[in-house]
Design a protein around this ligand. Sequence first.
Ligand SMILES: Cc1cc2nc3c(=O)[nH]c(=O)nc-3n(C[C@H](O)[C@H](O)[C@H](O)COP(=O)(O)O)c2cc1C
Length: 325
Amino acid sequence: MAKFKVMAVCAGRKGGNGEALAKEALCAVEEAGGEVELLNLFDYNILPCTGCEGCTMQMGKMAAGLQKEYHGCILKDKDDTDAIITEMHTCQGIIFVVPTYDLTPSSLYTRLAQRFLAYELSFLLAIGAVKENPHTVAGLISVGGSMHDWQSLALESLQATMFTQSLQVVDRYMATRDGRPGNTFVYADQLPRARKMGENIVKAINTPVEERGWLGDPNDGVCPNCHSSLVYPGDKHWDGIEFPWECAVCGAGGTLGTNPETGRPMLVIDPKNGLIRDRNNDKARAEHLNEINKTRDEFFAQQDQIKDQMKKYRDMKFPTLEIKR
Ligand SMILES: Cc1cc2nc3c(=O)[nH]c(=O)nc-3n(C[C@H](O)[C@H](O)[C@H](O)COP(=O)(O)O)c2cc1C
């Protein structure tokens, strides 16, 4: 078996439930002969994305042949994010274990995830900054004090952060009713499920890339494409495309139907064009780049007309909270 490395990225408390579940998953990887690594994000300095769009502007310029070298994120030398993402790129599998705060992944994790944009894997591969696509697989664990009803956006929001890193999610698990540290040990099923996650990651790594697929609960979620539980009635896209229902995570489109096995609602993906917006697919994601470029071009074409308005609003001042330091 070829050598492989799996990292667990945990955003939970030191000695908390998430760390225990991450460790159990990594034990399974280690027993299967893999190298393992556990990063608790509380140990690192991660600055929030400034929203400058310096990265995507550079990517656009390089694609148009207007810039030779990619300088990356403006925060690159100011915190630990670059080191974390560089290390992620040395792994064939990553398990994200994130506590649920206010139904969603905690901000410590989303801070890191929103910095992924400057490291868009397909772009780094295109410019040779990353030599070979590691075809990294991912497992997701959300850890909450409540059940699904209070973690309703947790796994889906985690899934939504996978696309820029081209991470293929092969399993996901929601650990429920884990309030105080150690709560997970009260239940007989949580550590074994985390172990299964580790085993599934190893199984995926050892499966040829083109044959890899979903290894989690086959009836998990509503979307048969990405297993998310969130669909919504679709609206017109920027180019006129419209689906009756869309998966909020992967963008698959179709109608609402019933899962013949479970009798529960499911998204029935349109066999003709339901996957043309599949965010798991690099080509479909490139279409989104066309959207961004079109919006940007249209804005630049009208910039002169809105110059005065921009200045007016930039100069407008309101009372704010001043902190004396
Ligand atoms: C600010 C805050 C918000 C929280 N919001 C939720 C929530 O919306 N849903 C939930 O299930 N648990 C919520 N919790 C509970 C945590 O998800 C829970 O304590 C979890 O075990 C943390 O994982 P850890 O033990 O790995 O730190 C919240 C906890 C905090 C501190």
